[in-house]
Structures are given as C-alpha cells and as structure tokens.
Design a protein around this ligand. Structure first.
Ligand code: HEM
Ligand SMILES: *[C@@H]1O[C@H](CO)[C@@H](O)[C@H](O)[C@H]1NC(C)=O
Ligand SMILES: *[C@@H]1O[C@H](CO)[C@@H](O)[C@H](O)[C@H]1NC(C)=O
Ligand SMILES: *[C@@H]1O[C@H](CO)[C@@H](O)[C@H](O)[C@H]1NC(C)=O
Ligand SMILES: *[C@@H]1O[C@H](CO)[C@@H](O)[C@H](O)[C@H]1NC(C)=O
Length: 531
C-alpha cells in the first residue's frame, strides 16, 4: 500500500527537473486548450438556435447540410437575433432591420471576425495577417489611390482585356463549348494583376498561378486546419498539402515582387542620372508605398490579401453575368447597342463606363438574384453592445446580418430577372440613390453595408465594376454566347453561407466581328494623363 502511494511522487522525483518542467508545460498547454475550446465553442446564452425546419438535425449538422436553409428557418421562426452553430462555434444572425444600427459601430470589428476561421498567425496565411496587422492600408489604398487613378486604370484594363481575350476565348468562328469559369478566372487574374502589379508581372505565368490558386488553397488550408484537433494544428500545418501550397505561394510571390521592385528602383535611378523624370507608374505596388508613408509593411502579404479579396469574387460575378445573359438572350442585343453608342461616341474613359447604364442595371440585377451570400457584415463583438431594442451582443460573439435580395416589398416580382429593374428605379428616384451597381444599401449589400459611408463596404467595388463592364463589352462585341444544352450539371453550389457557380459550368462561344474598334490605339503607359 505504502509503496504504491509513494511510487508516483518518487517516480516524478526521479525525472530530471527540466523534463518535469516540460511535462508541466504540456499539461498546462493541454488544459488551456481544452478550457479554450470549451469556452469559445459553447453556445451563446439567450439566443435561440436555428436548425433546418422539420429535419430534426443537430444544429451543426443542419448548418453544414444547408447553411442558407438553416438561416432562412431561423429568420422565419424568430423575429429577432438567433444563433447558428458553425464549424468554429456559434455565430449570431441578425435580421436585416438591424443593418443600419450595426454599421460603423466601434464595438464591432470586421477583420477579427475572420481571425478564428483563418489562422492568421500561421505561416501561409500572411495575407490574412497583413489585414489584421494593418486593417486600413488596403481599404484606404483602394478608396484613395484607385479612385484618383480610375481614368488611367480604365486604359490599363482595356489594354489588358484586348491582349488577354483572344488568347483565352480563341478566334474560332464555329461554336465551341468551354468551361467558362476557368476562362473567366484567367481573364480576371490578368485584369486585376495589371492594376495591382502592372506589367510585366500581370503576364508572368508563375504569378498568375499564385493569383488564381492562393484564394482556393487558403480556404482549403483553413478548412483542413479547422478539421484538425486544435492541439495538433501548430505542428500539422507544416505538413498538410494546402498549407504547404500557401506557404510556397508566399515565398514565390516574394521573389517575383521583389525582383520587380528592384527593377523599378534601377530604372528610376538610371533615368534620374540621365536627368529625366522617372515614368509615372500607376499600380498598387506604388500606391501602397505612398499610402504607408514610411511605415513598415509586408507588401507581398498585402498583394496576396488584395488577390484573395478580389479575383474570385469578380470571377464569380462575371460568370454569373454570362450565365444570366445566355439565359435571357433578349438582353444581348440591347447591351450591344448601348456599348456601341457609348464607345462609338467618345471611346473609353471612366465617364464611358458610367454611361453604360443598362449594363449597370443588368449587373446589379444579376447580383441581386445570385448574391455571393445571403448574409454579410461578418463582425466580431469586441466590447459588449446593447442595441436599441435591448438585445445584448456579448463580447467575443461573432455575427452576421441577413440581406433582403428577394423581398417582394422592395422588388416587385422578386424572383423574375429584369435587366432594367434598377434602371427604372434609378429613373424614378433623386440622385444619390442606392440603385447603381456600386451603391450599397441596408437591403442590398452584396458589396457589404450601406449607401453612405459604411466603413467596410467593399472598397474594391469600383474596380470590380470597371473590370466587369470592360470585360463584358469586349466579350459581347467580339463573341456570341449561348447555353450548352448538353451541360446538365447543377449551375450553382452552396457551401456554408457562400454560393458559387459550378466550376465545370459549360457555355458555347464563337468569335464574331465587332461593330466598332474596342482596342486602344496607343500603349496606355505612354499616355501620361489623368482625367
Ligand atoms: C464583384 C466583386 C466583389 C464582391 C461581390 C465583393 C464583396 C465584398 C464584401 C461583401 C465585402 C465585406 C463587406 C462587409 O462585410 O461589410 C468586401 C470587402 C472587401 N473587398 Fe470586395 N468584393 C468584390 C470585389 C473586390 C475587388 C475587385 C477588390 C480589390 C480591388 C475587393 C477588395 C475588398 C477589400 C479589401 C475588402 C475589405 C474591406 C475592409 O477591410 O474594410 N473586393 N467585398
Ligand atoms: C495551381 O493549381 C493547379 C491545379 O490544382 C496545380 O496544378 C498547380 O501546380 C498550382 N500552382 C501553384 C503555383 O500553386
Ligand atoms: C427614364 O426617364 C426618361 C424621361 O423621364 C424616359 O425617357 C426613359 O424612357 C426612362 N427610362 C426608363 C428605363 O424607364
Ligand atoms: C417609374 O416611373 C414610371 C413613370 O414615369 C412608371 O411607369 C414606373 O412604374 C415607375 N417604376 C418604378 C419601379 O417605380
Ligand atoms: C464544401 O466545400 C468542401 C471543400 O471544397 C467540400 O468538401 C464539401 O463537400 C462542400 N460542401 C457542399 C455542401 O458542397
């Protein structure tokens, strides 16, 4: 009896002190992690838990089976906020009526909402970390610099579209079937990279692969990590394939981008020494340096962050727009007419993009019926917040707000596709109306929140709008499009709260002769003007 009682302490005594210390540390770490998991993943008291109606599934299974359906059930069952149980714990869903009250609340944080789902402290997730470390750099660069340079950017995008289009969609005058999303991804990666990194990187195959893969690999890497036991994550993330991919993307991007920065420095030096002015370069490499004003910034991570925010969202919008065009082919000649009128008059400019009003209304209707998600405004509650109706949002909770894209009160015949819907609404309302493609409102927040100065409304939406209008103008005048009747696969997938088009989606395309010349007749880098 005695011997057993003493054997454990004796055994511990026999272990060298440093090992005792390590063992104690391990026990502490395990204990902390268990405590953390219990605390951070338990349900939020006071909020009803939504599940799919009539299916009797546990909340988390209900969420993974059909997140949109689970949220719709919650909105139907409860008048106020409720919670859903996601893979990383509960999130509060608020009905749309709270959108106005919640925007710009200092208690709520946009970037922190993603910290837990996106492992920003692990290598490879550098882009996510860059947004957390410096949450204003990219949004303010886009708002200030991109807006100032939209005239020049328009020319760059037209030049890039001209050069990329023939290569990507071909010259065949017979109908051929293409996997349209992959082609669009290639096009958007080139357009966006032209604006973010300029020439020649926007045509560098290795960069383009990173630009196209990094978003998907980041999401898969984060998903793999979420599926791992939390205790194993710090070790496993060095070995899991998608995690290794994103770590390699960062290293390769760093090499490509620093070579370009070096090249620019040398070029500027040579010109300065020869007494010439260095050329005006208008892309996000330069803009971010100007915006950072000497502050230390990881520009490679920031570029990856830009890529993640922009390329897939814009590709998705372009793919959905094409799908809507071929599903409602009567719109095609109307859009062609507008493009020819606007561009035939005065050529490309940012004003020309503004004058494409039918295109604008069409894009917004396309987004209304197929938004990237039924919820937006993902936020984390940084300090306890009491709302006007007495609802208390506890510190640490994550939330999202439901949109009203198909609400008959706002949009008569909400399920019908009506390309002129927003054009008519625009016609009947005073200026500053929320019916432009780039405007956001409490109900219609595919780009995030709110018409006026919603702090986190997508700062890239002006670029997205320019890219889409320029790409569609080229694609409509230079190509005919129709449905591929042999393609019977589902057109859309839902994954958690995100909706996306089927990557295998096929459309028929053939080259046609454009009525007017769409190409710039000069190299835009030689036009040193801003309008
Ligand atoms: C059609 C394409 C796009 C859609 C549907 C879209 C949608 C969104 C949404 C819903 C948000 C979150 C807003 C919120 O929660 O309040 C967002 C944020 C953001 N978007 Fe976009 N976006 C698109 C294109 C772009 C592009 C082209 C860029 C880059 C040039 C971009 C850069 C960003 C950035 C940096 C943020 C974070 C804003 C912040 O931190 O305050 N987006 N976007
Ligand atoms: C990008 O993804 C494709 C397809 O999965 C793969 O073949 C390619 O090696 C990837 N490239 C990079 C740079 O990750
Ligand atoms: C907009 O209003 C003008 C005049 O008020 C009219 O000529 C035009 O047809 C209207 N457009 C639409 C789409 O209703
Ligand atoms: C806009 O006004 C016109 C008359 O000017 C009317 O026919 C039309 O129904 C109105 N549209 C909407 C969406 O209110
Ligand atoms: C969601 O995406 C993951 C990874 O791509 C996939 O394994 C899963 O089956 C998808 N879920 C649904 C419902 O499509």
């Amino acid at each position: 009896m005695n011997s057993t009682t003493y054997s454990i302490p004796l055994a511990i005594g026999a272990i060298p002190p440093y090992l005792q210390f390590v063992a104690f540390g391990c026990v502490l770490a395990v204990g902390y992690n268990i405590w953390w998991a219990l605390v951070s993943e338990r349900r939020l008291p006071g909020f009803p838990v939504a599940t799919l109606e009539g299916q009797g599934l546990p909340p988390k299974e209900s969420y993974f089976k059909d997140a949109s359906g689970t949220i719709a059930s919650g909105l139907k069952a409860y008048a106020g906020p409720f919670q859903i149980i996601t893979g990383t714990g509960p999130k509060i869903v608020l009905p749309n009526k709270y959108a106005d009250e919640l925007r710009n609340r200092p208690e709520l944080d946009f970037n922190e909402a993603f910290r837990k789902d996106f492992f920003a402290h692990y290598s490879g997730f550098d882009g996510f970390r860059a947004s957390l470390d410096n949450p204003t750099l990219i949004p303010s660069t886009l708002r200030v610099k991109l807006t100032q340079s939209l005239g020049l950017v328009t020319n760059h995008l037209v030049d890039e579209a001209t050069s990329a289009l023939h290569q990507l969609y071909g010259e065949d005058r017979e109908w051929q079937s293409i996997a349209v999303k992959q082609h669009n991804l290639n096009l958007v990666a080139r357009l966006s990279s032209r604006v973010f990194l300029g020439r020649p990187i926007c045509r560098n195959e290795q960069w383009l692969e990173i630009a196209k893969n990094h978003t998907v690999d980041s999401f898969l890497a984060a998903r793999d990590l979420r599926a791992q036991h939390f205790f194993m994550r710090p070790i496993m993330h060095y070995f899991m394939p998608h995690n290794k991919n994103i770590q390699r993307h960062y290293t390769d991007a760093k090499r490509i981008i620093s070579t370009e920065v070096e090249r620019r420095k040398i070029r500027a030096q040579i010109l300065l020494e020869a007494g010439d002015k260095p050329p005006k370069v208008s892309d996000a490499i330069g803009w971010m340096v100007e915006m950072a004003g000497g502050k230390k910034v990881d520009y490679v991570a920031a570029q990856l962050s830009l890529t993640v925010a922009s390329i897939h969202a814009t590709t998705e919008a372009l793919t959905i727009a094409l799908l809507d065009l071929v599903s409602h082919p009567e719109i095609i000649p109307q859009l062609r007419k507008e493009i020819i009128e606007v561009l035939g008059d005065a050529g490309w400019s940012k004003q020309a993009l503004y004058k494409m009003k039918l295109m604008d209304s069409f894009l917004k209707e396309s987004q209304r019926l197929h938004p990237p998600s039924d919820v937006s405004m993902n936020r984390k509650v940084m300090r306890r917040l009491t709302l006007s109706d007495g609802t208390v949002l506890p510190k640490g909770a994550r939330l999202m707000v439901a949109a009203r894209f198909r609400d008959a009160e706002i949009y008569p015949e909400p399920d019908a596709f009506d390309a002129t819907r927003f054009l008519r609404l625009l016609n009947n309302t005073s200026s500053n109306s929320p019916h432009h493609y780039v405007s956001t409102s409490a109900e219609m927040f595919a780009f995030g929140t709110i018409r006026c100065h919603g702090k986190h409304a997508c700062p890239g939406r002006f670029l997205a709008s320019a890219e889409l209008k320029i790409a569609l103008s080229h694609m409509l005048l230079k190509y005919d499009w129709k449905l591929d009747k042999s393609d019977t696969m589902p057109r859309f997938f839902a994954n958690e709260t995100a909706h996306m088009t089927n990557p295998g989606l096929k459309l028929m395309v053939r080259r046609r002769t454009e009525e007017i010349n769409l190409d710039l007749d000069v190299d835009p880098d030689l036009i040193d003007v801003e309008d």
